[in-house]
Design a protein around this ligand. Structure first.
Ligand SMILES: Cc1ncc(COP(=O)(O)O)c(C=O)c1O
Length: 252
């Protein structure tokens, strides 16, 4: 954006004036993709929910991290025009409801969209089972936030020691945990936080797989697909009792 254009805008609209350069948004997203080609980048809608910004990032191919029903519906307006299957695939693949604590009304409203949602405690799990049983689950882990400007682990994320029990509890009540999430803290410049978070996640995945194998043997005859749940194209319970737990293989 040139200085001349900024001056013109200031004259036209008066000051103070916030100008968002959408070329920079596109460049930022492209740069992320270029440097981390195997990583799916989710734009946290809470950063700025302006519909124009969401549209630009949607057109650039971004995924979205939403933290409220209102944010989810804002993203949903971008995909309303898609045919049913494409819209559902988009919700599964490209939206995560990443706030681990959700009012029951929100869960009830979200259920019809079968979204991917996070949780970090047993009470939330039971709420999800009751009010949004068609959702896919992601367990949020508490990881070191050392040096970050805002330490989010002080309020979100389960302890590493609880993680496997929560995954097994979900399994016992007929829900599937499809992945893990963590936040290294807002404005984190400490690379080690990422390394530790990935090591913690790997340890949880290994441990749950071992314990889960034992439980599956005991529960082999139990129906695997909750009523109204997703189709076999998605990781999670599939007909015939075949499970693909915490299958984080990147299929994109
Ligand atoms: C799941 C999740 N995503 C994104 C954010 C935004 O984080 P940041 O401030 O690092 O952009 C938060 C902050 O609470 C969060 O919990």
């Amino acid at each position: 954006m040139t200085k001349k254009l900024l001056l013109e805008l200031a004259r036209k609209h008066g000051t103070p004036l916030v100008v968002v350069d959408h070329d920079l948004l596109r460049q930022g997203y492209a740069s992320f993709r270029r440097h981390l080609p195997k990583v799916q980048a989710y734009y946290a809608v809470k950063a700025n929910p302006a519909p124009e910004i969401l549209r630009t990032l949607y057109q650039a191919g971004a995924s979205f991290d939403v933290a409220s029903l209102a944010e989810f519906l804002l993203v949903h307006t971008l995909i309303e025009h898609l045919p049913d299957k494409e819209r559902q695939d988009y919700i599964w693949d490209k939206i995560i409801y990443a706030n681990p604590i959700k009012p029951r009304e929100t869960l009830m409203a979200l259920n019809q969209y079968k979204p991917l949602i996070t949780f970090d405690n047993s009470e939330e799990l039971r709420k999800i089972k009751r009010y949004a049983p068609a959702a896919g689950l992601v367990l949020r882990l508490r990881v070191p936030n050392t040096g970050s400007m805002v330490e989010l682990s002080s309020k979100f994320g389960c302890d590493t020691g609880e993680a496997v029990d929560l995954i097994l509890e979900a399994f016992r009540i007929g829900l599937e945990v499809e992945g893990l999430s963590f936040h290294v803290g807002s404005q984190c410049t400490n690379f080690d936080n990422f390394v530790q978070a990935l090591n913690i996640s790997a340890a949880v995945m290994t441990r749950q797989a071992v314990q889960r194998a034992g439980q599956e043997d005991q529960l082999r005859d139990r129906p695997a697909v909750p009523e109204g749940h997703r189709d076999p194209g998605r990781a999670g319970p599939v007909p015939g009792g075949e499970h693909r737990h915490l299958d984080l293989t990147c299929h994109r």
